[in-house]
Design a protein around this ligand. Sequence first.
Ligand code: ATP
Ligand code: MG
Length: 411
Amino acid sequence: MKQSQLFGKTLKTVPKDEVSRNAELLIRGGFIDKLMAGAYSHLPLGYRVLNKIKNIIREEMNGIGGQELFMPALQPKALWEETGRWNDPGKAVMFQFKGREDKEYGLGWTHEEVIVDIARKRVSSYKDLPFALYQIQDKFRDEPRAKSGLLRGREFNMKDMYSFHATEEDLLNFYEKSKIAYLNVFKRCGLDALVVEASGGSFSKEFSHEFQAMTPFGEDIIFYCPKRDFAQNKEIAQVKAGDKCPICGEKILEGKAIEVGNIFKLYAKYSASMKLQFTDADGKKKDVIMGCYGIGPSRVMGAIVEVSNDQNGIIWPTDVAPYKIHLITIGDSAAVIEAGEKLYNHLLKKGEEVLFDDRAISPGVKFADSDLIGIPTRLIISEKTLTQESVEFKRRGEAKNELKPLKELYA
Ligand code: ATP
Ligand code: MG
């Protein structure tokens, strides 16, 4: 992509009410646009990042047997009355409204009701189980505080998966597999996430498991063992800072973190109220056993920016970067322009993802934009590098740079 053609210029300022670092850098860098508190557009650069995160999640969910589908966000009141969640005061996050003929609807803030409705029309025997379905879709929640940029949206992107089993044992098996898949997702996104015990929330009395990315800007407080064999969210904690880790005896630490994922064992909570049953091998009718597994790709994007930036801008981990190479020409001599075009076309032919800053502007602005946008590898062509038949090579976030012979790049 030529930067002269890229929609979404970098900006010097951000909206006045924007306080979070992720929103500041993402807005200034031309990744997102703020429509209102809790609702952001992903501009071309930002949409590339979001899609990379979504694709990593897809690969990992497919890897444990998840099948992707897509459900409506627009949902009828009657369905939510089956589980008693239409009038649940704790769930004041649901946007509810009337349509034609006074019919009532809600916007999906989670999708248990819809997925169980799909499953109950199709599951009858133990032979139909197990399976796991997921979607990547926008969720709507009337969040009281939407001041943290992509970390807390009122419309935000979520991957939600639901698993269906004949036995608890089978659920537990899949649940452990999902933990590994989740850790893979966060690692590939460049996030160091801890598995943290948390309340089952409205879903169950047992612990659920959160995946928490440690950062001083997180909203959650967690107690964790530095050896990572134990961690609990402060909201339910049975330990405190300074206590001994119940697993290894190491001193428990306290830290702030961003919840990037959350998995729950639902057991028969929704299958019982919505009559999702199957006939087992012994001929008896039983409730289907379920689990649910959420990750917010847009929150993950915000979390990456929160943990990976410096005073000049974002530092994208390679696998989620909008482009892998930032090619920059310095100076407007014919030789520089020609060498830039030639290398750009060569890299494109090789299938590289390149952003080419071909703009006729000052080097200072180009470097500042490049730092702000945060592409991992920078290649600079100038009169000076050309006299040595080289390009300057620099990694974002590292001070050192080196000359690489053009020959090497063309080899
Ligand atoms: P929180 O406690 O932060 O409000 P939650 O526990 O309600 O989140 P879940 O219902 O478990 O969240 O949603 C699954 C995932 O969706 C979360 O782990 C997070 O990554 C993402 N998510 C939840 N709420 C938001 C939001 N308002 N904006 C962006 N992402 C969100
Ligand atoms: Mg949660």
